[in-house]
Design a binder for this molecule. Sequence first.
Ligand code: XMP
Length: 316
Amino acid sequence: NWNMKNFIADQIELIRNQVKDSKVLLALSGGVDSSVVAALLLKAIGKQLVCVHVNHGLMRKGESESVIEVFKNQMDANLVYVNASFRFLGKLAGVSDPEQKRKIIGTEFIRVFEEEARKLEGIDFLAQGTIYPDIVESGTKTAKVVKSHHNVGGLPDDLSFQLVEPLRQLFKDEVRACGVELGLPYDMVYRQPFPGPGLGVRCLGAITKDRLEAVRESDAILREEFANAGLDKKVWQYFTIVPDFKSVGVKNNARSFEYPVILRAVNTVDAMSASVEDINWPTLHKITDRILKEVKGVNRVCYDLTPKPCGTIEWE
Ligand code: XMP
């Protein structure tokens, strides 16, 4: 009979038979799928798994830290942490076109990962968090590309690995159940989706350090207040956006000329269409007050009421 315990036991055996005493490489972003793959492989082959976590400088507040805490400190994984923030931000400097930004982040991610892979020796396998809908979607995708999505893949031919994809039969809810069964923290397994290009597509136009910091800090406040209001378990995705224009305001009896923060909170089944969450006014006011008080360089907060379509969920 099929249950999660049996699934895990079966996969552990399959992985051990496939991999034998070789090493397996995994790009561990900290997202649900890669985290669950990491936990499963750790259980199956322990230190033969080499996780590489690339911090592209566009992570949310505390995100890379929690990957290190959970996988390195708590689960004793072989984890290579690469802080490539400067490199990514350098490549992105002055680039304002959204597709261009996505391409740079995707390409650079593969380059950094490739460089790390070349430094490591004796690796024959690459683990990926491919899940069932990924396979189905890539087989039937006829829709016009609105945005280029990024994931690993596109590694050069001389760097070829055999794939280990233990989650390829699972739907998302099963992946989460698997993660819980493997002892991953609830927050990690039930976290909201986060795009590959990270905060880079929420810091609109050419990314600057000050606006990126404003996106990161305001996002942290939004997440905290959503958790306080119990909305984190109810709303599918919620985040903040900082555009590349300023507006006039008044702060401490003086003129201010600073950036706005836009709040977005949506519900969806398949991300193809989405509706806006009716956040209650007291929560909206609380979030607004905190952002205006705590986030540097911000003098206005707006709530995006646009469903998808016409707006996509992300702004870029
Ligand atoms: P849009 O903005 O197209 O987003 O309505 C739909 C969902 O996809 C997420 N998203 C991404 N996920 N890589 C990902 O893995 C990406 O490059 C990417 N871009 C957008 C977005 O956050 C939303 O949940």
